[in-house]
Write a protein that binds this ligand. Structure first.
Ligand code: AHR
Length: 507
């Protein structure tokens, strides 16, 4: 049997694959809605408490209770939209618990996530002010599972009304004179599961009823987002679209990437190459899901008026030993960076229908951007991908033509290379190149049809180990570095290391 050292040496000496790429700058596609870079923040573990909100009296530096370090890091990402308060938590959340003086708010049990006390100190005002602070749009998810149309309707009025109604006056007494902007409102969450265990026929009627009472001023009327399908439940989509398409502006889809089975997902670090390969293979399934759900939507909404919002996606691993399993805390490695890059590339390709997504989740939960522990904060490899990809927000999609060789490991086989390109709002061209093979480099020779390439600069995210990650002791183990591409006439030659993500800027 070959020794591990021998195998690594062989891997390092493997000859790079060569791939020819053509970027069709002469065939621009649609705008990549910046909301594709959205985030999800739930009352779950340290996602809100400790991660975003520490309260005004905390010794952790904060602005009106929000962690300064986290706020600054999120501003760098230009987070376009944040979904809150859940997830499953949304269907047990009653908004009146989270307004008024904090010391008088009721303490509830977060029955879905760890059975911990929820003191409601982060409520409607705290969320909407937070969204304003980081410059993001607010996406509030309403309670269908254990709420009523009246409760939902009054929440929307409390947030959006500029009248002298009792609810608007209550908001003013609680410290907010002017209404907040409320661009997005979700009607239910996973109503097929934690949101009520409904059948699609039943939820379609519930949806029609609840959305009727989302009444807001004309200039501040939120998009109505219908709770959608779980993974490949195409029947759910069929029923919802056929019964309720005209009552929605968007329809959601949830899909999580798990290396193994739900009962035995796999670890977030210290995993074998087999799970590197299975994770990326499963992440790529997003393309099939989006394609098939979109095809159903096309039948009922050929004009693509209704957006497909993938408002929960990302990796989900086994609970970390020693941590509350209900808190869904996991490390985030170079593998997660690959999942992020490949998923974003899929969303770019489907930008005509996919006009919002929300990665799960923003801080300390699942595939997080940021991990915190008391006063310490660390940025994850996923954060770095989102930061490198900022220029893709609102950019114009440009098709990329290439034929990728396969990366194969055991039973798993995926394209080794992925390319996504766009023309940024600043007029520059951005090309994201992903090499998913952990053992072999890739030489990508790119020509741009319909444009002349000038100066090229780049950044790369890579590391030696598949599970390389940042810790509070070594916060910069994985971070972007300068990447130099070569020019060969009108072509750009990029020598991608194994397991890397590169973004080129072409002037
Ligand atoms: O993101 C964690 C949970 O996953 C959400 O609360 C729920 O909607 C989904 O099942």
């Amino acid at each position: 049997m070959a020794s591990l050292v021998g195998m690594q040496a062989a891997a390092q000496s493997a000859k790079p694959v060569e791939v020819a790429v053509t970027i069709r700058a002469d065939q621009p596609g649609v705008k990549i809605n910046r909301n594709i870079y959205g985030q999800f923040a739930e009352h779950l573990g340290y996602g809100i408490y400790g991660g975003v909100w520490v309260g005004e009296d905390s010794k952790i530096p904060n602005t009106r209770g929000y962690r300064n370090d986290v706020v600054a890091a999120l501003k760098q990402l230009k987070v376009p939209v944040v979904r809150w308060p859940g997830g499953c938590f949304a269907d047990e959340y009653h908004w009146r618990d989270g307004i008024g003086p904090r010391d008088r708010r009721p303490v509830k049990i977060n029955t879905i996530w760890g059975g911990v006390e929820e003191d409601n100190s982060f409520g409607t005002h705290e969320f909407l002010d937070f969204a304003e602070l980081i410059g993001a749009d607010a996406y509030v998810a309403g309670n269908v599972g254990s709420g009523t149309p009246q409760e939902m309707s009054e929440w929307v009025e409390y947030i959006t009304s500029d009248t002298k109604s009792t609810l608007a006056e209550m908001r003013r007494r609680n410290g907010r004179e002017k209404p907040w902007r409320l661009p997005y409102f979700g009607v239910g969450n996973e109503t097929w599961g934690c949101g009520g265990n409904m059948r699609p026929e039943y939820f379609a009627d519930q949806y029609r009823q609840f959305q009727t009472f989302i009444r807001a001023p004309r200039d501040n009327r939120p998009e109505r987002i219908a709770s959608g399908a779980n993974v490949d439940d195409y029947y759910w989509t069929e029923v919802m679209l056929s019964q309720a398409a005209r009552h929605m502006e968007a329809y959601s889809l949830h899909y999580y990437t798990v290396p193994g089975r739900w009962e035995d997902k796999g670890k977030s670090t210290g995993f074998p190459e087999d799970q590197w390969a299975s994770t990326l293979k499963n992440a790529l399934r997003m393309d099939e899901l989006v394609t098939k759900h979109s095809a159903i939507m096309d039948r009922y909404d050929p004009g693509k008026r209704v957006g497909l919002y993938v408002d929960e996606w990302g990796t989900w691993y086994d609970p970390e030993p020693g941590r509350n399993p209900g808190f869904l805390w996991q490390q985030n490695t170079l593998r997660d960076a690959q999942v992020a890059a490949l998923s974003l590339s899929i969303f770019h390709r489907h930008a005509e229908r996919v006009r919002m997504t929300a990665i799960a989740q923003m801080v300390n939960v699942l595939q997080a951007m940021i991990l915190t522990e008391e006063e310490k904060m660390v940025l994850t490899p996923t954060y770095h991908v989102f930061e490198m990809y900022v220029p893709f927000q609102d950019a114009t999609f440009l098709p990329a033509e290439f034929k990728s060789p396969q990366y194969t490991h055991g039973d798993w086989s995926i394209p080794a290379v992925d390319v996504s390109a766009a023309k940024g709002t600043d007029g520059r061209l951005y090309v994201a190149l992903v090499n998913s093979d952990p053992n072999r480099g890739a030489v990508l020779t790119t020509k741009i049809a319909g444009a002349t390439a000038g100066k090229v600069s780049g950044r790369v995210l890579t590391a030696n180990a598949m599970d390389a990650h940042n810790t509070f002791d070594r916060p910069n183990a994985v971070k972007p570095a300068e990447f130099k591409a070569q020019r060969k006439g009108d072509q750009i030659v990029a020598n991608l290391p194994p397991k890397s993500v590169v973004v080129l800027t072409v002037e």
